[in-house]
Design a protein. Structure first.
Length: 578
């Protein structure tokens, strides 16, 4: 029987209590069986044995406080879960965080099992119902623990967010630095472009001056030749002037071509056993008229340690020395120009020091003087002329030859340029063998082409007349063809065979390459010399591949023409003998 909130479970047999419990539920109640199961047949009834005061009565204030507080916690849990669930469902299915939702389910069922059952068991200690709730809690807990590693991302969310923020800040700073660097580079490139445009404009103006000046003299003195009443001495003077300006014009063109070869990386350095006295004599002979005109003292000093023969590119060596000495003479109005040749045996280093008493340079001018298209300043180009390419080309050539060029100078005290080259010593026998062809082919004129039948093939009438003049003067019998097709027809149909063909390579109808190939395919082995204005690196190889025996670049001197012919004839003889 119930006695208030107290039930003496230990009094009376179990059957009595079961009957009393069943009677209290009312006869025929459909839920009596369910209640009997969850209460174990009425054995668990409402009780507050553990919540009594000192008088043995229920401690209602504490009971009420515990129930209210527990229900409050449950209410808050339900509120949080409802918020969590709404937030979860508001996301797209692909964006929902299933791990967080599983954790919310665990929290909910923890609240139900812990706080809910604690309230219920104040009046109804139904442990079987608790077991059902714990089964649900275990299911959610197992699902969560089975993939708990994935939840680590959520736990690390703050750190990942911080790292992401720091990474974004770092990337922003890096991008800002890169933008600043690119902006600075763009500004520098813009400045360089402006300077390049300024240099280009200055260079074009200077080139216009350098080309037009000799052309003016050439055209002007050419007209004077036709003037009536001109004496022989005047004609000779006009011819010398035309020739001198033509040589200057050729030097300007050669400087531009050399620079283009250097920038394209297509310039090659030969290694030839060379007597140093020969190129130095050439430099002296070229500059002697200018030195004498200015009244300068010109000296050449040889160190006894310098080998008589070294392995070097004689043409490029002569070009570098000629540029340095030519500049010294150009910028020296009085005083001296001195060349000193020294040699360091340990490193096989040949040094050429060119010292002058000229106008000198400031430190800034000395740093700029090796830049292409520049001289000490713009006024020098106006006063002294020149392309501004010589020293730039000379330094690059010296570096390609294993050395360099340096300068020391002061305004009004002259300048000292030092050019170094890697030049191992050689023997006299080596140089004699390497220059045998040169010495043999310098026998020009009659000994080279005298009595030979020569076909001159060129589409330019002025060039045909010039070539024919030199050959006829040397005793050759000349025939003319204006293009490759006419040349092939004349050679194939000739009653007497030709001994030599001088072939221009760029012509209408059929060019020299096609004409040469056709002749070789027909089995005609007449010596053919390419005589062409194609003077870039590799053009000579192209001509030889087409079947030519020799190559002569325009423009040329008479001596160069006969030397080239002699070499081609020797090459043709060797080819036919093989």
């Amino acid at each position: 029987m119930l006695s208030g909130w107290r039930l003496d479970i230990g009094c009376g047999p179990d059957a009595l209590r079961d009957a009393a419990f069943a009677q209290s539920l009312g006869p025929g109640a459909w839920w009596s069986d369910v209640a009997s199961f969850w209460t174990n047949g009425g054995r668990y009834m409402p009780r507050v044995d553990c919540l009594q005061n000192e008088a043995g009565q229920p401690d209602w204030p504490w009971i009420i406080a515990l129930v209210v507080l527990t229900l409050g916690v449950i209410g808050f849990y339900l509120r949080i879960f409802a918020f969590w669930y709404r937030s979860y469902m508001s996301e797209r299915p692909d964006d929902r965080n299933k791990r967080m939702m599983e954790l919310a389910q665990i929290f909910l069922w923890c609240a139900v099992c812990g706080y809910g059952m604690s309230v219920l068991m104040f009046v109804w200690p139904a442990y079987r119902l608790l077991a059902v709730f714990l089964v649900v809690l275990n299911i959610w807990s197992w699902r969560f623990v089975a993939r708990i590693k994935d939840f680590g991302i959520a736990l690390r969310a703050n750190r990942l967010e911080r790292e992401l923020r720091e990474n974004l800040e770092e990337q922003n700073e890096r991008l800002e630095r890169e933008v600043a660097d690119r902006t600075r580079q763009f500004e520098e490139a813009a400045r360089e472009a402006e300077q390049a445009n300024a240099f280009k404009s200055a260079f074009l103006a200077n080139m216009s001056h350098e080309l037009r000046t000799p052309l003016t003299a050439i055209n002007g003195y050419s007209e004077l030749i036709y003037r009536s009443g001109t004496s022989l001495s005047e004609l000779r003077s006009y011819g010398e002037t035309i020739n001198r300006n033509g040589q200057h014009l050729l030097e300007v063109i050669n400087d531009i071509l050399d620079l283009s070869k250097i920038e394209a990386g297509r310039i090659e350095i030969e290694q030839v056993a060379t007597r140093l006295g020969r190129p130095l004599e050439d430099v002296s002979s070229v500059l002697k008229p200018r030195v004498a005109q200015k009244g300068l003292t010109f000296e050449v000093e040889f160190d006894p340690a310098v080998p008589p023969v070294v392995v070097i590119d004689p043409t490029r060596f002569r070009q570098v020395v000629l540029n340095l000495v030519g500049n010294a003479v150009k910028f020296t109005e009085s005083g001296f120009v001195r060349i000193s040749i020294a040699y360091e045996t340990a490193t096989s280093t040949l040094s050429v020091t060119v010292t002058d008493s000229g106008i000198g340079m400031t430190a800034v001018q000395a740093r700029r003087v090796f830049n292409a298209f520049t001289q000490g300043d713009a006024s020098m180009a106006r006063q002294y002329g020149g392309t501004g390419l010589g020293l730039s080309i000379s330094r690059e050539l010296a570096r390609r030859m294993g050395g360099d060029i340096t300068v020391e100078s002061a305004p009004g005290e002259g300048s000292t340029f030092v050019a170094t080259f890697h030049a191992p010593p050689s023997t006299v026998e080596d140089v004699d063998q390497s220059s045998a062809v040169v010495h043999r082919t310098t026998r020009v004129g009659v000994e080279v082409v005298g009595g030979r039948r020569v076909l001159v093939v060129d589409d330019g009438p002025d060039n045909r007349r010039l070539i024919a003049f030199h050959l006829q003067k040397a005793g050759a019998v000349i025939e003319i063809a204006e293009n490759g097709r006419e040349a092939v027809d004349k050679i194939v149909g000739a009653e007497l065979p030709f001994d030599l063909v001088l072939m221009d390579m760029q012509m209408p109808v059929l060019d020299g390459y096609g004409a040469t190939r056709e002749l070789r395919e027909r089995g005609i082995h007449v010596p053919i010399v390419a005589l062409t204005a194609h003077a870039m690196k590799g053009d000579d190889d192209t001509c030889r591949v087409a079947g030519c025996d020799g190559y002569i670049a325009k423009p040329f001197k008479a001596t160069e023409l006969f030397i080239g012919i002699a070499r081609a004839l020797e090459c043709a003889e060797n080819r036919q003998a093989a």
